[in-house]
Design a protein around this ligand. Structure first.
Ligand code: ANZ
Ligand code: ZN
Length: 859
């Protein structure tokens, strides 16, 4: 008997798969097989990966291997989301060359991912930072621009006045630049935008068709798109001019108390020219940054602008106009009328500045004479009061009537408003895809001609953290205009890296096409991705941008995919968590430097006491990540894959524990020992079992095996990997301890082990191959079709049958399926819950419907 040696077995089988080209995706519909596209969100090449990263790849790999065994042509590719800030930070901190740093990380990570034994078609590997990828992105951008799906406009950005650079929202910490610590300003810059809003309605409506997406993700997208029906109308300013507002509640117009403008509304700015206190207010509001969440959280403040407007239904009624920090300049028209009685923000503001609060909607069950607003606004429906011609109407009817009146007076109309904004894709950074545009003083904004693509990044840049290195490069931006030949300058902005990840899934379908992003027919045949696996943190932006891009690619003739939906199925996985440790001095300690015994921790090297912290998602910053390479060396990839998928449903977090790892390790050894003891041969699928002395035990084992096949199949289909794993444990437990030399039992055990190997193969592919070979089965288990359960063996052979007396249900009996009628009758009549009802009666008739019901007629 030998021990299973993963250090030998794992590389050996990976070589065997590579030699057999086992994971090379064929044409999507080769051999008349259906296609299946499995994709995990591609990683950012940050450097070494930890065991926690393994979980999401392991999930995708289970699906890919399973579908392959089910007879699908599977596409399961991998690549690198390779542009982005960390490479520039590495350049700043360590003088690294961003490209070199990125490509080296890719080398390291590719090798580590390969250790996991993933069934990836590595021939399709792509890196978004390479010109053979991004040149197609540049070409598509130009097509989008031609079609009006990309455009330029002045948009607000977070500006760091010290580093002279634009900051992403995540780089603004408490209103300050993350590196400089300087208070952030908002600035307007000319930016490239993608017209996501062109598809707002479709992006919303099509969510209904994505029935294999988690509900929570669909809900997040619905909220992000944020469709609001309402009205837009004009207030006339006393003394001339107009203010447009958007409202979802025109029914509350008679409860209007004031009008509020965004701090950078044109009128606010105009008034600021002559009133320094208004200018100061605008400057303070600008420090909040551009993040809506920050604006929402901030204390509501405002300033009276000293102008009034006329109520649209009564010109003699004047309302004051304020500027308020909670009004977003980019939503609706950047102005609103406030009805404090029925909107909480408005109420807080009105109480603070002592503005009128008049209820106009009476909640059901309240009395108009006594109803008053306290600290809480009433936002529900009701009946209109204090509202002249709307009085007595329901809020719903009043809403329609108010819009009618606005229309009649020529003041406004019904409208639909989306929260969704167009996508600003310009980044003032070096390590991104150059935007292929040239600015010419004579011709204006000119696209780089297609035959001059790609516009590549210069290698010789100085990255010093101030300004955009592309703008300060001595020569790169200076070119001649493709149209007039005069002196011109390149666009120095690069694309947001979300652009790179908005179409990579399509590139994988035809990854090395040199002339086009992909062949339209090939891409349309593989897409949509059948199963996408990734983190919930991408529930909104990445998924929405990809949905936009797929539509834009369709409408610009790149991709004949009618639905425009890139991902038919989506699964959002939970994280791997781990205890955290801290030294007495409060520094995070990596797990390998800590010994934990009986719930107490010490630093291994010094013996000094350490503190056990909370259980958190594995991360570099908390040092609680377990390095992938070390782990695989010690335990092997299969133990890792098995453990991270066991214990917890895949959508939930799983806690990394030494005990759990040990458990997975012991299971690997147990499976191996059972297989090794049995040895060859194992029966192949379809072989007939021999007769044996102990047919009962052999049959029971065969039933356990075939039920495991049914159960694991269902569990994998339904993303219940943890349950599939516990079925494998059950099947192991069902193996008899000793079988003597009964041929039937020996045969049944061989079958059980063969099926077990096939069922664990998607999870522990190396061990499965080793076991397959040891059982003397032909070829590779990756090439074996998924096992089919024999229905004769999986059927439950006990049924529960109700017993009725004169039509009333009195008892239930458990009987073997197909039990003879006279036996059933006997059991029913003698049942101790039935007999009392027959006391003193004569039995007239007993009807037995086999396996269904027993009916006793007595009088
Ligand atoms: C008057 C009113 C009365 C409102 C009432 C609500 C309740 P959603 O649902 O998100 O679309 N609003 C309009 N423009 C705004 C802006 N630029 N920034 C912040 N708030 C703005 O919200 C629409 C409501 O948000 C609008 O309806 C408006 O306030 C406010 F009892 O108008 B409402
Ligand atoms: Zn020109």
């Amino acid at each position: 008997m030998s021990r299973y040696n993963h250090r030998e077995a794992e590389p050996k089988w990976r070589d065997a798969w590579a030699r057999a080209n086992a994971f090379r995706a064929p044409a999507p519909n080769a051999d008349g097989k259906p296609k299946y596209y499995v994709l995990e969100m591609f990683p950012y090449p940050s450097g070494a990966i930890h065991v926690g990263h393994g979980r999401n790849y392991a999930m995708g790999d289970v699906v890919a291997r399973y579908k392959r065994a089910r007879g699908f042509n599977v596409l399961h590719p991998m690549g690198w989301d390779a542009f982005g800030l960390p490479a520039e930070n590495a350049a700043l901190e360590r003088g690294a060359d961003p490209q070199q740093w990125t490509l080296t990380n890719i080398e390291v990570m590719r090798e580590q991912l390969q250790w996991l034994g993933l069934s990836i078609d590595w021939e399709r590997e792509i890196a978004t930072c390479l010109p053979d990828y991004y040149k197609h992105q540049q070409a598509m951008f130009l097509a989008f621009w031609e079609k009006g799906l990309a455009y330029r406009k002045a948009a607000k950005v977070n500006w760091d006045p010290v580093d002279q650079t634009v900051l992403a929202n995540e780089q603004v910490v408490d209103g300050k630049g993350w590196r400089s610590g300087a208070p952030v300003e908002t600035r307007e810059l000319e930016q490239w935008m993608f017209r996501v809003t062109a598809y707002a309605d479709d992006l919303l409506a099509a969510l209904n068709t994505l029935d294999r997406w988690p509900d929570k993700v669909r809900t997040m997208q619905i909220n992000w798109i944020g469709k609001s029906a309402g009205a837009k109308f004009r207030f006339e300013i006393v003394g001339g001019g107009e203010i447009d507002v958007f409202t979802t509640r025109p029914d509350t117009l008679f409860g209007a108390s004031f009008v509020a403008l965004a701090p950078d509304h044109p009128l606010t700015r105009k008034i600021a020219e002559s009133r320094p206190e208004v200018a100061k207010f605008i400057a303070e509001a600008a420090q909040l940054g551009t993040s809506e969440a920050d604006i929402e959280m901030a204390e509501k403040v405002g300033i009276d602008l000293g102008v009034s407007v006329k109520h649209p239904f009564d010109p003699s009624w004047e309302l004051p106009v304020w500027a308020a920090n909670f009004v977003l300049s980019s939503y609706g028209s950047g102005a609103l009328f406030a009805c404090p009685a029925h909107d909480q923000r408005d109420l807080d503001f009105a109480r603070k500045y002592d503005l009128p609060v008049k209820p106009v909607v009476l909640p059901p069950g309240e009395d108009a004479a006594t109803f008053a607003i306290g600290k809480d606004a009433y936002t529900g429906p009701g009946v209109l009061i204090n509202s002249r011609f709307l009085d007595g109407l329901s809020s719903e009817a009043a809403l329609t009537a108010a819009i009618e009146e606005l229309k009649k007076r020529g003041a406004g109309e019904a409208t639909t408003q989306y929260r969704l904004r167009d996508w600003g894709v310009s980044r003032q950074r070096y390590w991104g895809c150059p935007i292929p545009i040239i600015h010419c003083a004579t011709c204006g904004v000119v696209g780089v001609p297609k035959d001059q693509l790609p516009v590549t990044l210069p290698a010789d840049v100085k990255i010093e953290g101030v300004g955009n290195p592309l703008a300060s490069h001595p020569t790169w931006k200076h070119v001649s205009c493709p149209t007039c030949g005069g002196k011109a300058e390149r666009e120095t902005d690069t694309f947001d890296t979300f652009v790179d990840s908005s179409w990579y899934f399509a590139r994988f379908t035809d990854a090395h096409n040199n002339d086009a992003p992909f062949d339209p027919q090939i891409a349309a045949a593989w897409l949509p991705v059948d199963q996408y696996v990734g983190g919930i943190e991408h529930a909104v932006l990445h998924l929405l941008y990809s949905r936009f891009f797929t539509r834009a690619m369709r409408d610009c003739g790149f991709l004949p995919l009618n639905s425009g939906e890139p991902f038919a199925g989506l699964f959002t996985q939970g994280m791997v968590t781990h205890e955290t440790y801290k030294s007495a001095a409060g520094a995070w300690l990596p797990p390998e430097e800590v010994d934990v015994k009986d719930g107490a921790a010490i630093e291994t090297a010094t013996g000094a006491p350490a503190e056990i912290g909370g259980i958190e998602k594995m991360s570099k910053s908390k040092k609680n990540a377990v390095a992938l390479g070390d782990f695989i060396e010690e335990y092997g990839a299969d133990v890792l894959r098995w453990f991270v998928l066991s214990d917890s449903p895949p959508e939930k977090d799983v806690q990394w524990t030494d005990a759990g790892v040990e458990g997975a390790w012991r299971f690997v050894q147990r499976v191996w020992t059972a297989i090794d003891d049995h040895g060859a041969p194992a029966p192949q699928s379809g072989d007939a079992p021999p007769p044996g002395a102990d047919a009962g035990a052999a049959l029971a084992l065969r039933q356990a095996s075939h039920r495991a096949v049914t159960a694991v199949t269902e569990d994998i289909e339904n993303f219940r990997f943890n349950r599939a794993i516990s079925r494998a444990y059950e099947l192991m437990n069902a193996l008899p301890k000793s079988i003597g030399d009964d041929p039937a039992l020996l045969w049944a055990r061989g079958e059980a082990l063969r099926l077990l190997v096939q069922l664990i193969a998607p999870f522990m592919p190396h061990l499965a191959e080793e076991g397959w070979a040891r059982l003397g089965l032909p070829g590779l288990v990756v090439d074996a079709p998924w096992p089919a359960a024999d229905p004769g063996l999986t059927q439950q052979n006990v049924v529960t049958v109700p017993v009725q007396v004169n039509g009333k249900r009195r008892a239930e009996i458990e009987i073997p399926k197909g039990l003879a009628e006279d036996k059933v009758r006997e059991m029913a009549l003698s049942h101790d819950r039935v007999a009392p009802f027959l006391d003193g009666l004569t039995i007239r008739k007993v009807v037995v419907v086999t396996d269904r019901i027993v009916n006793i007629v007595a009088a």
